[in-house]
Design a protein around this ligand. Structure first.
Ligand SMILES: *[C@@H]1O[C@H](CO)[C@@H](O)[C@H](O)[C@H]1NC(C)=O
Ligand SMILES: *[C@@H]1O[C@H](CO)[C@@H](O)[C@H](O)[C@H]1NC(C)=O
Length: 451
């Protein structure tokens, strides 16, 4: 008895204490890629992505404003500037207008919490290079010396963590117009001054100061991971950083890395696999289908409506992914009410249907064209069937689940078990009640004790 207990706790420790018992990762992909992704990440399933920066001031077109204006010189951006700003106005002149004067971190965190999200990822720095904290490596191109005169990373983080949500930071490795980066680029990335003087010292400082649970790396694609020294950074992050046991990372660590190396896979933006990937992944998707940053010229028809957000999230979770839904705050620090409405709508749906999402695993069958198309998720011998369009009839046929006489079928949100009968070969027919109205247009059947 005593021996068994010791053996069991030793065994459990071997499973969970591996990193504290001295699994050291070496700075190469074979070793780093072998690190298990901390469990919290797969369990939470749903997060909020927040793109906020100087681009929120012109709030026109997209968060790539500076690039489209001065880099590719896209006509609509060039015209917008000629029409609305005096000659000689530069992008850096927007920063003092980044006031965030209505930014109440508690209010913003309340909205994120009400969405049912379990993690929030804020842009610490987008490709424009402006940091939303007082980075000592940023000269005055940061939110403490300029613009809001406030540490946005710290302030939002404190409110997020107070609500027990996980806090992640998005970090762009490159900066479009940083002269040191451009000079490295000129050398074909043979010189590494930008990495050594700016990108890496800043990233280490960010991790030590804010202890993010997640690092969402981006802006890596022009240079190889050897230029960024990504493996050196990740080995430190996983072995010795203050977040070594909890931190989760993505896969954008250098040209050719994504979908191959790092933590979970983002692959390309809005990655949409057709079948179950064999590696943990995340789909990021913005409510505004055109832009990640807030833009004043958005139109209602360009936004995802609530049912399409729910459908997208359900599809992602059924295929083993996490769903990171983006909203861009305004430069004055507000989540636009139209975004707030979407987020609260997701939360209302999750309140009833969250059992089919949080802590689930993909099932042996992920989707079926039943009476209407459905997605499956599972938790041990419970299988959830998520219906994302109203079947408009009471008899509902599913062929994948294998029932037994102990099988119980319920509709989430309604206490009464539903009548059902097995089909001859495999599957069952369920007698649905009239489905309650939901603005999300999606319902969940819970099948207990099926195989
Ligand atoms: C890469 O990062 C590691 C860990 O911080 C460091 O020890 C190493 O010197 C770096 N290598 C280069 C080439 O910068
Ligand atoms: C359901 O039907 C659609 C349309 O014919 C098809 O594209 C899809 O692959 C089918 N899904 C499954 C799981 O069979």
């Amino acid at each position: 008895m005593e021996v068994t207990r010791i053996q069991i706790s030793l065994f459990l420790c071997l499973l969970s204490c591996a990193s504290s018992l001295g699994t050291r990762y070496t700075p190469d992909w074979a070793s780093l890629d072998s690190r298990p992704i901390p469990d919290w990440y797969d369990d939470v399933k749903f997060g909020i992505f927040v793109h906020w920066g100087v681009f929120s001031v012109p709030a026109f077109g997209s968060e790539w404003f500076w690039w489209y204006w001065k880099g590719s010189q896209s006509p609509s951006y060039v015209q917008f500037m000629i029409k609305n700003y005096p000659p000689g106005f530069s992008y850096t002149d927007f920063a003092p207008q980044f006031h965030a004067q209505f930014f109440d971190p508690e209010e913003m965190a309340d909205i994120f919490e009400a969405s049912g999200a379990k993690y929030v990822v804020l842009t610490n720095k987008h490709h424009e290079g402006f940091t939303n904290w007082g980075s000592p490596y940023s000269w005055n191109w940061n939110s403490v010396d300029n613009g809001p005169h406030r540490d946005l990373v710290a302030d939002l983080g404190a409110a997020i963590r107070k609500r027990s949500l996980h806090y992640g930071l998005y970090n762009s490795l490159y900066e479009w117009f940083n002269p040191i980066y451009l000079s490295d680029k000129q050398s074909g990335f043979k010189t590494r001054d930008y990495v050594e003087k700016k990108a890496m010292p800043e990233l280490y400082e960010l991790v030590n100061r804010y202890k993010p649970d997640l690092i969402w790396s981006d802006g890596d694609w022009e240079a190889p991971d050897t230029y960024w020294n990504s493996t050196g950074f990740l080995a430190w992050l996983y072995n010795d950083s203050p977040v070594k046991d909890v931190v989760v990372t993505n896969d954008r660590w250098g040209k050719g890395c994504y979908c191959k190396h790092g933590g979970y896979y983002n692959c390309a933006d809005k990655f949409t696999p057709g079948e179950l990937p064999n590696h943990k992944w995340e789909k990021c998707q913005a409510v505004d289908k055109i832009s990640w940053g807030y833009r004043r010229n958005m139109k209602l028809s360009e936004l995802m409506d609530l049912p399409s957000i729910i459908k997208d999230m359900v599809y992602v979770v059924a295929l083993g992914g996490n769903y990171l839904l983006n909203v861009g705050p305004t430069s004055d620090g507000i989540i636009a009410p139209v975004f707030e409405e979407r987020l609260r709508g997701v939360g209302a749906w999750l309140k009833v249907n969250g059992d089919a999402i949080y802590g689930t695993k993909p099932w042996r069958v992920q989707a079926e064209n039943a009476t209407v198309p459905v997605w499956y998720t599972s938790k041990s011998s419970t299988v959830y069937v998520i219906i994302t369009s109203n079947p408009m009839q009471n008899s509902f046929t599913l062929s994948a689940p294998k029932t037994s006489s102990n099988t119980v079928v319920t509709l989430l949100g309604s206490p009464e078990p539903l009548k059902w009968a097995p089909l001859k070969t495999s599957g069952l027919i369920v007698l649905l009640p009239d489905l309650p109205f939901t603005p999300a247009d999606a319902w969940t059947l819970k099948l207990d004790k099926v195989a």
